[in-house]
Ligand binder design. Structure first.
Ligand code: GLA
Length: 377
């Protein structure tokens, strides 16, 4: 059943607007957004839709087609965070962040795997923000809506994320990776036509699920901020590897390696853009693998399942492989010739079985369009 039909069945009237936004993978540039550097993600074909109609009272009703019949109730009056509302917090936080405080009936339908490091939360926030922006004629730009969605996640959900996931979910275009300057929010759409080169980006969802509201992400962010304070710079974007090495004596070993990841990863993003433009896919693969090593060894955000997915993919002949997103579980990507995909899948599956890990899931990620919204009727 379509979201409009299901909304009508659930609430007894049609919705006024439907917003839709995608999850994402990230080619390269991990844990870089909050360091104000450059990142290179793209939107994937898994999306979340949000259908909304205004109410005349202050009630907010929320249902999800993935959790039929489990309605969440809130009131626009004095709306404050309440983690027990689970997924609904992303919608409610976005309403608060937009200043859209009236009553609404809301229905969500999505297929972005949750907890897989593919930004299901950003998809939900961005779908909501796009829908409300159109419904209430707020006139916000996509970049402004990305900031609204990030604010919802930072201040309402309590996850201190950067801007990457929301920015790519709002602004991606089909056939392109999105180079985002996370300081200025300037973007550049970089064509990426892997199919013409006989290549694909295989996503390996390890099924090891993470919760980024836990402390690991915030601790990484805090280490980077400590280094900035010691070096007297506003962000690690402003720093070179040589500068960090010269000040190594003033940093703890943890601070030093965290900062080393950030500055080398920013260099890898620029190199990856050049490789992509030149169609130098082997080089892109090497950069992707170097990113994983840095995330595993210096940033310490990988986990055994992600490392195994990478090792098994590379053993079969992937050009490059790495974890994506915040880490501590979630998904890896492998850049590979399409002919090798079945062999990579079975190698990863076998390696996971031999290690006693949950069975992984696979899909091919092509670059797709970002958020949309349309009025109904
Ligand atoms: C999560 C956060 C993003 C970004 C990535 C790591 O997905 O939401 O802001 O920091 O981790 O690159």
């Amino acid at each position: 059943m379509s979201i409009v039909e299901e909304f009508t069945r659930v609430y007894g009237r049609a919705p006024e607007v439907v917003g839709s936004a995608p999850g994402r993978i990230n080619v390269i540039g991990e844990h870089i957004d909050y360091n104000e550097g450059w990142v290179l993600p793209y939107a994937i074909g898994y999306r979340t839709s949000v259908a909304i109609a205004r109410r005349t009272d202050a009630s907010i009703n929320l249902e999800s087609m993935q959790r039929a019949g489990k309605r969440v109730h809130a009131s626009a009056a004095g709306l404050a965070p309440d983690a027990s509302r689970g997924w609904a917090e992303y919608v409610l936080g976005t309403l608060v962040s937009l200043g859209a405080l009236g009553g609404f009936d809301v229905l969500v339908d999505g297929n972005v795997p949750a907890g897989a490091g593919l930004s299901s939360s950003a998809a939900l926030e961005c779908a909501t923000a796009s829908a409300i922006n159109l419904l209430l004629d707020l006139g916000r730009t996509p970049a402004e809506l990305a900031l609204v969605a990030q604010k919802a996640e930072n201040e309402f959900v309590g996850m201190p994320c950067g801007i990457m996931d929301q920015a790519v979910s709002m602004m991606s275009t089909r056939g392109h990776a999105l180079l985002i300057d996370c300081k200025t929010l300037e973007t550049e759409h970089i064509p990426i036509n892997l199919a013409d080169a006989g290549l694909a980006l295989l996503v390996i969802d390890t099924q090891a699920h993470h919760s980024l509201v836990d402390g690991g992400y915030a601790a990484r962010r805090a280490s980077c901020e400590e280094v900035c304070a010691i070096l007297g710079v506003p962000s690690l974007r402003e720093v070179t590897l040589e500068q960090i090495e010269a000040r190594r004596g003033d940093l703890t070993e943890t601070q030093f390696v965290r900062a080393r990841h950030a500055v080398t990863e920013i260099e890898r993003v620029h190199a990856a853009v050049a490789a992509m433009r030149a169609g130098e896919w082997n080089t892109l693969g090497e950069l992707i693998s170097a990113s994983h090593a840095s995330l595993r060894d210096d940033y310490a955000v990988s986990c055994p399942e992600l490392d195994l997915a990478v090792v098994a993919s590379m053993a079969v002949g992937a050009l490059g492989a790495r974890m994506v997103g915040g880490g501590f579980g979630g998904s890896a990507i492998a850049l590979t010739h399409t002919g090798l995909i079945p062999a990579i899948e079975s190698a990863v599956r076998d390696a996971f079985a031999a290690s006693g890990f949950k069975a992984p899931r696979f899909f091919i990620a092509t670059p797709e369009d970002g958020a949309t919204a349309k009025l109904v009727g």
